[in-house]
Design a protein around this ligand. Structure first.
Ligand SMILES: *[C@@H]1O[C@H](CO)[C@@H](O)[C@H](O)[C@H]1NC(C)=O
Length: 404
């Protein structure tokens, strides 16, 4: 501890500042109709939580399931998950939008959706018997500039939401939709990939006839799958999305939003001196989707400052412009009365980061030597504030709910 370089300490704090609570799905819009989700930061502490279409979750730390749980029922619909009481109706060929709370930008990875036929009432189905088939998948959009541009980055750009299409060919019936982000920021380590599954009951209507076989939730992945055990801090030419093959008529890799028109001619190499904040570059909106106003919920505390660092002239031309997504307020419609606003996740009885021991291995590198004193001060201030604010919230929560 005697010779701790101040820059190392600051670097650690800077990456710590990215450790915000992980997200969860607060609600879905099925063919235009909003259905509230399972609010994991409040329903577990309520005597009679409302009936919802979402499956419950015991992941009150907003944590994940990793490779050590791929053969346990936790991987099916998240930890200690139980079926939702209701179902959302959607026509085959129709759309489902899943609305997440803020997703941490360091948690790059694929977004995958499955269906499993309940062969009856989903609200009383045995999850260990459900057989899932993949209806939609999106993974690496551009891997030339590590850690790459991923489906999860699209989700963030799209107001923390994900929209998928129910294949028109799927036979009508009661299904469980299994929606999942897999965060790969630590996936170079054994069991380092983090799965964040969420389930919802759907009543699919229509005249489709396809009834794919599917695989048990506990057979979806192994911890050595090429798309599970993978280091993303290197240029990647391709990425193999894990899980069983997409069914015919499924949705594969929605329109890339940031494909560069010309690839860099030199192999990207990390300049040793250049300041790097590895955040997604501003990308044009997907051509197939309506423009969504840049909306980037400001993580608490709302004093986001000085996170944009200009490139110095020494940066090689393989480096892309470093622009942090703006923290502009939404210019579109404000949340309506029928939709709950994203609640600030209150870490109940646990400290943020508990569920994510490895995410300090983040992609942040800062050249502190080239930052101004003001930038350094603000950086440290932000990092410390983020470090302590959640602890205060956790203590307040403990007092309120009488937890140890
Ligand atoms: C963003 O999503 C939230 C729901 O998660 C919604 O209430 C809000 O209106 C959306 N904002 C924009 C600009 O679309």
């Amino acid at each position: 501890m005697s010779i701790l370089k101040p820059s190392l300490l600051l670097g650690a704090l800077a990456s710590l500042s990215l450790v915000d609570a992980h997200g969860y799905v607060t609600g879905i819009v099925a063919d235009g109709q909003y259905h509230g989700g399972y609010l994991v930061d409040s329903y577990p502490y309520t005597n009679t939580p409302p009936d919802v279409v979402a499956w419950s979750s015991g992941a009150t730390d907003l944590g994940f399931v990793d490779g050590s749980g791929y053969s346990s029922p936790d991987i099916i619909c998240h930890r200690s998950s139980e079926p939702g009481a209701l179902s959302a109706e959607v026509a085959a060929g129709g759309s489902i939008e899943l609305q997440w709370t803020e997703w941490p930008e360091s948690h790059h990875g694929p977004v995958i959706d499955y269906l499993a036929n309940c062969n009856g009432d989903c609200s009383s189905v045995d999850k260990t018997q459900l057989k899932f088939f993949k209806i939609s998948e999106a993974g690496l959009i551009d891997g030339s500039s590590p850690p790459g541009n991923w489906a999860s980055d699209d989700l963030i750009r799209n107001n923390q939401s994900w929209t998928l299409t129910i294949p028109e060919s799927v036979a009508p019936g009661n299904y469980v939709l299994r929606h999942e982000i897999i965060a790969l920021h630590s996936a170079g380590d054994n069991n380092g990939a983090q799965n964040y599954p969420q389930c919802f009951n759907l009543k699919i209507t229509g005249s489709g006839t396809q009834n794919p076989e599917g695989v048990l939730g506990t057979s979806l992945y192994t911890n050595t799958d090429p798309g599970i055990k993978i280091g993303i801090y290197q240029p990647l030419a391709s990425y193999e999305i894990p899980g069983p093959a997409l069914i015919g008529g499924g949705d594969s890799n929605p329109a890339p939003t940031a494909a560069p028109t010309e690839a860099p001619t030199e192999a990207p190499e990390a300049p040793t001196e250049a300041p790097i904040i590895e955040v997604p570059t501003e990308a044009p909106p997907a051509p197939t989707e309506p423009a969504v106003p840049s909306y980037s919920a400001v993580p608490f505390p709302p004093t986001e400052t000085t996170t944009v660092v200009e490139q110095p002239p020494v940066v090689t031309k393989t480096m892309t412009t470093i622009v942090r997504p703006t923290d502009a307020q939404p210019t579109g419609t404000q949340p309506t009365a029928t939709q709950p606003t994203n609640p600030q996740p209150t870490p109940p009885g646990t400290l943020p980061g508990d569920g994510c021991p490895k995410n300090n291995v983040g992609p942040v590198e800062l050249d502190l030597d080239s930052m101004t004193t003001t930038e350094l001060r603000d950086l440290a201030f932000n990092a410390l504030q983020r470090l302590f604010t959640p602890r205060r919230q956790a203590r307040r929560h403990s007092r309120q709910f009488g937890e140890a």
